[in-house]
Design a protein around this ligand. Structure first.
Ligand code: PAF
Length: 305
């Protein structure tokens, strides 16, 4: 099958490599011409526990090269999602399905305004970008996909085919009717881990052995869970325990936000802690820890330019 993965970051490179390795015709769509040329010539170098392999993928910065695409994985950062999707519009036919895999939930409304049909994807795959076209696969966490609104039988069938295709490529995936709750759970976990690791400049597991950081993690998660509940989301009984478990399972991981800070790139703090702060304001809920995390990472970002 011809598949487009939009976004050459850690997750996009990982998905492109795994799908190409399963025999699909995969096009990695970049917005930078030089980087696309580089990946097209060298392939994606995938570092895994069992060693290193090189996977050939097609890569381009020109969507016109692709023709119609039935399955697109949108793997850009949430702030770039709407712009990336607009570039993809000429690739979409009546049967095309876009699976959007951004952190946070802030971009959902924009995608719904632009795209005729899209599914939300939430993944716990561990991916770290080591260099352009070089990605470390740090763990095979589960991936969930689902629609945020009612869709017809043919769209459901397309989603089911996508789930099968992902599983056959080694991306363990299930389809969920409660995908919004799954996205909120990831948002709560990210609110507790990502900004803190960026500010502490540490791996996820280190948060558990730094008492002040652990206290902030717990408070940030409790605040985010309170906002989720006020938003009408059915959340797991122990969100703090759930986040600590993720820290343990990804102890050696450098969070996506810390990866961005180290590379002096704009982070997703607006879409994560910023989302909690904005949503809390709607319900008059106080979220001082999320506010402090947001301000702290924004202060770091301000030094990048
Ligand atoms: O964004 C990330 O890095 C990941 O969602 C998580 C779960 C925090 C693991 O690093």
């Amino acid at each position: 099958m011809k598949i487009c993965v939009a976004g050459p970051g850690a997750l996009g490179s990982l998905f492109a490599a795994l799908l190409a390795n399963a025999g699909h015709e995969v096009w990695l769509l970049d917005h930078r011409v030089e980087r696309a040329r580089f990946v097209a010539s060298q392939g994606i170098i995938l570092h895994e526990a069992q060693g290193q392999r090189v996977v050939s993928v097609r890569a381009t910065a020109d969507p016109a090269q692709l023709g119609l695409i039935k399955l697109i994985f949108l793997c850009v950062k949430s702030a770039a999602a709407a712009g990336a999707v607009r570039r993809l519009l000429p690739l979409l036919g009546p049967d095309s399905l876009v699976v959007a895999l951004q952190n946070g939930i802030a971009h959902h409304r924009l995608l719904a305004e632009i795209l005729p049909l899209w599914a939300l994807g939430v993944t716990a795959q561990g991916a770290t970008m080591l260099a352009p076209g070089v990605v470390r696969h740090g763990g095979c966490g589960p991936t969930s996909v689902g629609f945020l609104s009612e869709v017809g039988a043919s769209a459901q069938r397309r989603l089911q085919e996508t789930v099968e295709l992902m599983n056959s490529a080694g991306i363990a995936t299930t389809s969920r009717s409660d995908i919004l709750a799954v996205a909120w759970h990831k948002l709560i976990v990210n609110a507790g881990i990502n900004a803190l690791t960026a500010l502490e400049n540490c791996a996820n597991g280190d948060l558990l052995v730094r008492p002040a950081a652990l206290a902030s993690l717990k408070e940030a998660v409790q605040e985010a869970a309170q906002v989720a509940k006020a938003s009408g989301v059915q959340i797991a009984p122990d969100p703090v325990g759930m986040t600590i478990e993720v820290c343990r399972n990804t102890a050696a991981n450098i969070s996506s936000m810390l990866q961005d800070v180290r590379r002096r790139r704009q982070t997703e703090v607006e879409a994560i802690n910023g989302m909690i702060v904005r949503q809390a304001a709607l319900f008059g809920i106080q979220v001082p820890v999320n506010q402090a995390l947001l301000t702290g990472v924004q202060t770091l970002e301000a030094k990048f330019t």
